[in-house]
Ligand binder design. Sequence first.
Ligand code: ZN
Length: 429
Amino acid sequence: MLPPTAPHEDIIVVSSPGYLEKLSEQLLSQSTQRTIQAYLLWQIINEYAPSLSEEIRKPLQRLNAKLRGTNAKVTKPRWETCLDQVDLSLGFLAGRYFVLETFKRSTKARADEFVESIKESFLNRLPELEWLDEVTRDRAIEKAHGIIHKVGYPTKTPNTMSPVSLSDYYSELAIDQDDYFGNYLRSREWLIMKNWRRAGKPTDKSTWEMTPAIVNAYYNPVYQEIVFPAGILQAPFFSGEYPDYLNYGGIGAVVGHELSHAYDNNGRHFDAKGRLREWWTKETLEAFEKKTTCFVDQYSNFTMEDEDGHLINVNGKLTLGENIADNGGIRQSYVAWKKVYDKKKDSKENMLLPGLENITPEQLFFINYGRIWCGKSTKAQAKQSILTDEHSPPKWRVIGALQNSKYFADVFKCSAGSPMNPVDKCDLW
Ligand SMILES: [Zn+2]
């Protein structure tokens, strides 16, 4: 569905050249034309069938239920499907109403504070790291200073608060009240067109990869930015009513996570200006790689059970970047919170929770970290995730990062050498 006017660029950046090579050598050249045609056709069915009538949707639902180990009769509530669809097609427009309803000005100010304090704790940590030499450390500091953060919603392309800007942004997308499938098709086409038009033009750094209502966050190495949509600035990650220690154990850890992505095995390749350049000295790079093998080994030992009771190991290499980010994130957030906390222990922001007076704020920080990853999935789904998701399963995201945290071990008085306080901890940022 490429637009006829798709521009032809002389230079195309391929971020995974190995994939393309193997795709033609090992897959396309060894598959029959019929197989490839069937695959393409299947992709179209898989993509479009969910937006068609029930008799067409049903077989696909049965297949997906089988793959996920769920009951085919249990489907997403209709309102959820509709909301997803609106977010996919008109996410910034819908996001305006979401933001007006849920996002307070004070939330933005609080989030800015989190980011600043966590960045500061990261910067304070750098001189302590003995494996980092002077040259690389200075460049790492420069990079941290260069990272910008966006919170809540875009204010330019489009400006979520301006009906005029939103109307301009979506002006070429025709929506017809009586044509659900047509709307879906046109919105896909519109998005592809919009992306193609960006090719060859100067980068517009005010754009967002996520819409305001999404419960997620990201680090974009090329723009050198960490981004937190309004959707994730809600409980259990954040609440204006929460004490600081819950917010730092929640959104604080997420901020630290995204910041640490700038220094994980992928993000580290980009320099302070977001260019793909080697800025590490050879010695420091070797030390970095040695330290990362500790994480690869640790997480590769974690397992989940599949439907047949077989244990599947987490792929420590696939999940390395996310694990580095989790470990850096929880540490930076804890240190940042402690600094704030020690200054104003008796403040309203650090009040103890009624009924939980026997749990310390330090412990509650970590408890909320566990709470943000609470979830439930079937064994079939867990298996699918462990094979394809670059995040470790939620359970191991919590246990893995906390096993490495000396603060966690102190706060919960875990004896040395016990499962949650192993003697050999992995440690990086
Ligand atoms: Zn991540």
